[in-house]
Design a protein. Sequence first.
Length: 140
Amino acid sequence: MSNPNEVHFEGQVAVKAVISCGEKILLVRGLGENEPFDLPGGHVHHDESPQVAIVREVQEELGVSITAGDIFYSSQFFHPGPQKQTLMLVYKATIDDATVTFDHAELSEVMWVTEEELSDMTVYPVYRDTLTVYFEKQRL
């Protein structure tokens, strides 16, 4: 039986990728001054699946093709930019070549980092939580 007081999710779906090459993962920085580091990715279009969206977003931002693995993390949060609830799905992905060329219209910097280097970096809290889970699962 349906509860008439239930509020269903209304918002946007974001897809992100933890892209690894060896022991390092790839972080990106947006265009804002002092912008924290982020994971590559973006939003799902109305006519695509999340898995297709993450492949498209990474290709657009970084000029590389990935094979999206499984979703290993999800979170729901209020995104202050568009003022919307956001459901974030995070995929594992790997690439063989650490050489990436990024779109300067979307990003100011890309950086390969180890888990240890990550601790000294400014990263959005939701992505720090994601990466904590990622590295914990890597140790299992």
